[in-house]
Design a protein around this ligand. Structure first.
Ligand code: ZN
Length: 107
């Protein structure tokens, strides 16, 4: 089981969180060509190594965080608050985030 360092609650078990997707994807602008939307909606990379992901802490603070996790080892390298929720699920928003209080240096 993963231990995820929620920037609001501290280190908690993975079962308190829901994975909500790739945090590196950027929503295309309105009016972008269909090919760009097709890639955004349907195509996914499968990176090996450190990767940024959106997680939602439903069993704790009820906030979105951005976690950096190594996809090869599952080691969690850090987590930072997401100021505005990402554009997934019912909790949609602009996807902006803050680097303030970054814990991605492993501290
Ligand atoms: Zn939390």
């Amino acid at each position: 089981m993963l231990l995820i360092p929620c920037p609001h609650c501290g280190e908690r078990a993975q079962v308190e969180f829901a994975y909500r997707g790739d945090a590196t994807r950027q929503r295309p602008p309105d009016g972008a060509p269909d090919e760009v939307w097709y890639e955004y909606v349907f195509l996914r990379d499968n990176p090996r190594g450190p990767h940024r992901e959106w997680w939602f802490h439903h069993g704790g603070c009820g906030r979105w965080i951005r976690v950096t996790r190594d996809t090869a080892t599952h080691e969690v390298l850090g987590a930072v608050p997401a100021v505005v929720p990402p554009e997934v699920g019912a909790e949609t928003g602009a996807g902006a985030e803050s680097e303030a209080g970054s814990r991605e240096d492993g501290a």
